[in-house]
Design a protein around this ligand. Structure first.
Ligand code: CMX
Ligand code: CO
Length: 142
């Protein structure tokens, strides 16, 4: 079902400060910056490698406000790994399959993600405490 790890999402208070940290520490390059109102985040994607069906990245996330998923996470736990995102060929199909196994879906249908991707989340309480994101790259052929 999973083709690769698409990205690891990191919650942080100050996006620009953490972009600079990851660039100078790991020699990574920002390939996209976006504001996603629906997800309540300002974010940057730092490219690591290219793989089957798309690349792999670190996603740095700053909340747009306290009453957002990342805002609540920062208040409760502080900065750190927020979610792991896996590349799938077809998010709609993956949701059907995974939902059929009794895992709670936070999204019944795909939403807009970084760089034109389609994304959906699974409930962390049903996946060993890991907030899990499914990602279908925009150019993914079936
Ligand atoms: N990883 C693991 N557990 C998490 C979590 C995370 N990122 N965020 C919250 N939780 C846990 C909390 O610790 C809490 O557990 P306890 O009751 O044991 O304390 C429980 O889930 C409920 O958390 P909450 O504080 O009530 O937080 P929310 O109301 O935000 O609900 C969640 C949590 C996962 C349902 C919500 O954050 C969500 O729908 N997330 C999906 C969307 C998202 O995260 N978007 C931002 C990223 C966008 C992108 O990647 O592009
Ligand atoms: Co993500």
């Amino acid at each position: 079902m999973f083709m690769r790890i698409d990205h690891v999402g990191i919650a942080c208070h100050d996006l620009e400060e953490k972009i600079a940290l990851f660039e100078r520490t790991f020699d990574l390059t920002v390939v996209a910056r976006e504001v996603n109102e629906e997800q309540g985040v300002k974010e940057a994607m730092l490219h690591i490698a290219d793989g089957e069906g798309g690349g792999s990245y670190i996603q740095l996330l700053e909340p747009l406000g306290p009453d957002t998923p990342v805002g609540r996470f920062l208040a409760k736990r502080g900065e750190g790994v927020h979610h792991v995102a896996f590349g799938v060929p077809d998010v709609t199909r993956a949701l059907e399959e995974i939902g059929g196994k009794g895992i709670r879906l936070l999204d019944e249908k795909p939403r807009h993600g970084s760089m034109g991707s389609s994304i959906a989340f699974l409930h962390p309480k049903d996946v060993a405490g890991m907030l899990t994101e499914l990602v279908q790259a925009p150019d993914q052929r079936r």
